[in-house]
Design a protein around this ligand. Structure first.
Ligand code: ADP
Length: 462
């Protein structure tokens, strides 16, 4: 098993004055903005489908790295590394998705003499293997879902004993799983064998490793996550909690922070355990610990070793620019903030605005013919699109993130309703109508809904 060093990496961070942004869309623009504010030169890469993207015109250099399909462009490691070398970029920011959690890419960037803006390859590898991650978390005292921190044996009787020991329902999960795939809920011993065989085969094909593990299936949890930020000198802080329970098919739709109804001492206890885990694995940069939260208890499910889509929620309530911090850490600077400097001001909510049918969720590529963005106090829109922009069928349908910030959750909800009513996008279908209805849903407005609420609510309305 690949375990990371127990002390922070001592690798000397090379200073750099230019950053290649190995991503596209709103996050490419978000990273570009942070670079420019720090006086760093930006190299943006793009696929042929993104050649007309407006953010390319604001970059110092733009390089086309291949055709539209991600495998030939944004996932094309040799093309990105070549662009890095040709432009002399001293660092690579991977954004989220694409190559952001690819340990081999992180290694290749560093071997080519540049800085990968993220944790070391060994930390990415450990967290990419869910069994190794669980083992590392248990060792650091982070609360995990009941179940062993080891791979399932081959023998069915032994597997049945493990499941019986945990107690049904259980969930069979692939060690290499991701994106909500590679897991199966088992409610009765008679279904256990089939679930194990099918998930093992799926894991072998989709993730390249047949390793599985078993844990307790929690029936009504909330999805609560903790943002961390670490430097390369042993400095590590947790920056707040987010509630991302409003999901459909494991895809987050609305995110908010702080997570309401969680006692501050419980949050601080788990936050501090996360920080301890970061120290133990020598973690560097930003990261997110994802938990299920049920009946007052936290249960670790996975760590994301990158910037999250929903990072603005934490930026609004903490006042910390997480992307700027990522860049400073990559430049080798020690964190300027300690745990006692971090507060939580008011409440923030983010809506993911997708180009898709609001009820069938089928993607809706095409040209945006008209765009009206909301504004005013406490409203932030992170987007790369403008009127005339063509939404490509090749990529994720996220076209904007609408974020509000207000002194209280109640005021944030009122502000989001107002912002959603101002926002108008014509030419493609979007999920704006769905968001408008979510913000009228009494259960959501009351707060604390579980991860199944949105799907049940949608099913009742179809
Ligand atoms: P992925 O890497 O595919 O996102 P996760 O481990 O983060 O996988 O789990 C994705 C989702 O699956 C969770 O947000 C939750 O909805 C559900 N899930 C995972 N583990 C459990 C569990 N032990 N009990 C209940 N639901 C779970």
């Amino acid at each position: 098993m690949d375990f990371s060093p127990s002390t922070p990496s001592t690798a000397v961070q090379k200073p750099f004055d230019s950053v290649l942004v190995a991503n596209r869309g709103e996050i490419a623009l978000r990273v570009q903005r942070a670079c420019r504010e720090l006086g760093l030169r930006t190299v943006m890469v793009c696929s042929e489908a993104d050649r007309d993207a407006d953010y390319l015109t604001m970059a110092d250099t733009a390089v086309c790295i291949g055709p539209a399909p991600p495998g030939q462009s944004y996932l094309n490691k040799p093309a990105i590394l070549l662009a890095m070398q040709l432009t002399g970029a001293g660092a690579v920011h991977p954004g989220y998705g694409f190559l952001s959690e690819n340990a081999a890419f992180a290694e290749a960037v560093e071997e080519a003499g540049a800085v990968f803006i993220g944790p070391g390859a060994s930390a990415i590898r450990t967290m990419g293997d869910k069994i190794a991650a669980k083992k590392a978390m248990m060792a650091a005292g982070v609360p995990c879902v009941p179940g062993p921190d080891s791979a399932l044996p081959e023998d069915m009787q032994e597997i049945a004993d493990i499941a019986g020991g945990i107690g049904y329902p259980v969930i069979v999960k692939a060690a290499g799983g991701g994106g909500g795939r590679g897991m199966r809920v088992v409610r009765d011993i008679k279904d256990l064998q089939d679930a194990v065989l099918v998930t093992r085969e799926e894991a072998r094909r989709a993730f390249g490793t047949p390793e599985l593990y078993l844990e307790k299936f929690l029936e009504h949890p909330r999805h609560i996550e903790i943002q961390v930020l670490c430097d390369n000198h042993g400095g590590a802080v947790w920056v707040g909690l987010r509630d991302c329970s409003m999901q459909r098919r494991h895809q987050k739709v609305v995110e908010e922070g702080p997570a309401i109804g969680i006692p501050p001492d419980v949050a601080a206890f788990v936050g501090n355990r996360c920080v301890e885990a970061c120290r133990q694995i020598g973690y560097r940069g930003v990261g997110t610990f994802e938990f299920l939260y049920e009946r007052g208890e936290f249960y670790f499910i996975e760590m994301n070793t990158r910037l999250q889509v929903e990072h603005p929620v934490t930026e609004m309530t903490s006042g910390i620019d997480l992307v700027r911090q990522q860049l400073l850490v990559a430049l080798g600077q020690p964190l300027e903030i300690g745990q006692s400097d971090i507060g939580c001001d008011g409440h923030s909510i983010e809506c993911r605005i997708n180009a898709e049918d609001p009820y069938t969720f089928v993607p809706s590529p095409g040209v945006i013919t008209r765009l009206r963005l909301p504004g005013g106090p406490g409203v932030r829109v992170d987007t790369h699109v403008s009127a005339g922009y063509r939404v490509s069928a090749h990529y994720d349908s996220l076209i904007a993130k609408l974020i509000v910030h207000a002194p209280t959750r109640e005021q944030a909800i009122l502000r989001m309703r107002r912002a959603l009513s101002e926002m108008q996008i014509d030419g493609v279908s979007t999920n704006l109508p769905l968001h408008r209805r979510i913000f009228e849903d009494p259960a959501f407005v009351a707060g604390g809904t579980d991860i199944h609420h949105l799907e049940h609510w949608l099913a009742e309305r179809s």
